[in-house]
Ligand binder design. Structure first.
Ligand SMILES: *Cc1c(COP(=O)(O)O)cnc(C)c1O
Length: 356
């Protein structure tokens, strides 16, 4: 970097600006959002929103939304903190619990933002390759003596759910706080919230970006013991959740749960259909508990480019431990999955040569 400011923080030299350079495509299956659209009452709330909601400041800490979220997850409002996306919860929580230089340990592969948030907050990131069964290597993670231990369940990108015994041991033996990122928990039906209500060092992180179809609104939340979430809230600061997001999220939680459940069921059905279609083609997709399928595919980056040339985007993950190159494909309405499969057959024939 030649244009470094004399007064910049030294650590920011090494912080990349996150930009996956996603060129627009006709069918984007890279971000695991809800491809069916927006819950109906949330949409109506947007259209009918009073102007005063925009001209005035939002609520300080989204108290009303916390109540609705508490009911949804089976917690109490005092155990919830909201944020501008779950990204904001992760970032604020790292700032709240990491001293400069503290270790943030994460199983790999996992959520790409974790090393970036660690760096942004002056923390030291340690990535530990997962075990062959796609569970985190807890011995190695604990050996890094992490102030913050990040686990993701279902894991992005593999789709694996964290075993309960591994979670319980992590919470028992971790020297600091354990984060469990449950961005896709609605699709797995498995959650650590009950445990987070009983211990003082477990923060469960959730979002309305995936199952609820509200990614553009940026609504995330954390669940944990009251002293834990209060520190995240201090680090987060006031007014982080905007009024439009709060009103639409509230509407979805109060009136659209049937829509959410129906579309979760559809996503799970189509996920299994997509996995079967890939097995029919000789591939071995990883068992997924989320709304995407991660499938080992040789030369995945090239296949990804060939897909893009056909107007379809799926996310390649080159060189994952134990499985090698993979593609992660978001699941949506079956017509879109079929459109993907047509492009995939064409793209793989192109990359591997028509003879294979
Ligand atoms: C999508 C995703 C998030 C980010 O969610 P936002 O609430 O939109 O910030 C967090 N964690 C994982 C694992 C994700 O896949």
């Amino acid at each position: 970097m030649t244009d470094r400011l004399a007064f910049a923080r030294a650590l920011y030299d090494a912080v990349p600006l996150y930009d996956p350079k996603r060129a627009p495509v006709e069918l984007d299956l890279t971000d695991n959002t809800n491809l069916w659209g927006l819950p109906p009452t949330a949409e109506r709330t947007l259209r009918e929103l009073a102007v005063s909601r925009i001209t005035r400041y939002p609520s300080l800490y989204a108290a009303e939304l916390k109540e609705a979220l508490a009911q949804f997850v089976g917690a109490t409002p005092e155990c919830i903190v909201t944020g501008c996306g779950s990204d904001d919860i992760l970032d604020s929580a790292m700032r709240a619990f990491g001293e400069p230089g503290s270790v943030v340990a994460s199983s790999e592969p996992s959520f790409a933002m974790i090393p970036i948030f660690a760096q942004m907050n002056g923390l030291q990131y340690v990535g530990v390759p997962e075990l062959p069964d796609h569970q985190p290597d807890l011995d190695a993670l604990l050996a890094a003596n992490p102030r913050i231990l990040y686990l993701c369940s279902p894991n992005n990108p593999t789709g694996a759910v964290l075993k309960r015994e591994t979670l319980e041991r992590a919470v028992r033996e971790a020297p600091g706080v354990v984060f469990v990122d449950e961005a896709y928990a609605e699709f797995s039906g498995v959650s650590a919230v009950d445990l987070a209500m009983r211990v003082d060092n477990l923060l469960v992180i959730r979002t309305m970006s995936k199952a609820f179809g509200l990614a553009g609104l940026r609504v995330g939340y954390g669940i944990g013991a009251t002293p834990l979430v209060r520190d995240v809230e201090k680090s987060r600061g006031p007014y982080k959740l905007n009024s439009v997001a709060e009103q639409m999220a509230l509407a979805a939680l109060r009136h659209d749960m049937q829509w959410v459940h129906e579309h979760v069921t559809l996503a799970v059905t189509n996920r299994e259909r997509l996995a079967a279609a890939l097995r029919d083609r000789g591939y071995t997709p990883l068992e997924s508990h989320a709304n995407y399928v991660c499938v080992p595919v040789a030369r995945a980056v090239e296949v990804g480019q060939a897909l893009r040339a056909r107007g379809v985007a799926a996310r390649p993950f080159p060189g994952l431990p134990h499985v090698g190159d993979t593609l992660r494909i978001s699941v949506g309405p079956w017509e879109l999955v079929e459109q993907f499969l047509v492009a995939f057959d064409d793209a793989t024939a192109d990359v591997y040569g028509a003879a294979s």
